[in-house]
Design a protein around this ligand. Structure first.
Ligand SMILES: Cc1cc2nc3c(=O)[nH]c(=O)nc-3n(C[C@H](O)[C@H](O)[C@H](O)COP(=O)(O)O)c2cc1C
Length: 176
């Protein structure tokens, strides 16, 4: 696929099939992630690759305790996903906004590579709701950043709406 086709095909996938994602594909997705640009090339991320169902269930159980339908739906997706990447922030002296932007680049690269490989992905922020417990589960001192659920899916959903481009940009033309 051309890059524009991959960008257009990517969706947040919330239903996964009970089918294993090949180790080779997981490796490709991780490789694409770490090729992302990062502020000062600090690569301020650390990724736990969770293939273990009991660990996914433990994370899902934590989220299920929150009285919020969308968090509970994310918990269901975590149980269903074949693989879950749990991303932590590396401790360093980077400006925190630079760090978050760098992790955003990592995440988008991984979502796009997954799409290219016909693997569905969901970028998950809801795990921040249980940050303390997640850190304990992984015996981590680093801060939680986000997670990425991956798995085969029957079909990529229809596109979600976007605001009109003109609402989000301002062009500063060359003076004539
Ligand atoms: C930082 C971030 C956090 C997100 N967290 C969640 C989440 O916890 N659960 C969820 O179902 N979707 C989550 N999403 C997916 C968004 O809801 C989704 O990207 C948005 O609705 C647009 O849909 P699309 O990705 O299919 O274009 C998150 C996306 C981003 C970028």
């Amino acid at each position: 696929m051309q890059i524009n086709e991959v960008i257009e095909k990517r969706r947040s996938v919330r239903h996964f099939l009970p089918k294993k994602v090949e180790e080779e594909k997981i490796a490709h997705i991780l490789k694409a992630g770490i090729l992302a640009p990062s502020a000062k090339n600090k690569q301020p991320w650390f990724i736990h690759v969770v293939e273990n169902q009991a660990m996914k269930n433990n994370i899902a159980t934590l989220l299920e305790q929150k009285e919020d339908e969308s968090i509970q739906n994310t918990a269901r997706i975590i149980r269903e996903a074949d693989v879950l990447f749990v991303v932590f922030e590396e401790k360093n002296d980077l400006n925190v906004r630079m760090k978050h932007q760098s992790i955003g680049a990592l995440m988008e690269n991984m979502c796009l590579e997954a799409t290219e490989l016909n693997i569905g992905s969901l970028w998950i922020g809801h795990i921040l709701e249980c940050e303390k417990e997640i850190k304990q589960l992984f015996h981590e001192k680093r801060k939680v950043a986000c997670a990425l659920a991956l798995g085969y899916t029957e079909k990529f959903p229809s596109p979600r709406p976007r605001k009109a481009l003109k609402e989000m940009i301002q062009i500063h033309e060359e003076e004539k």
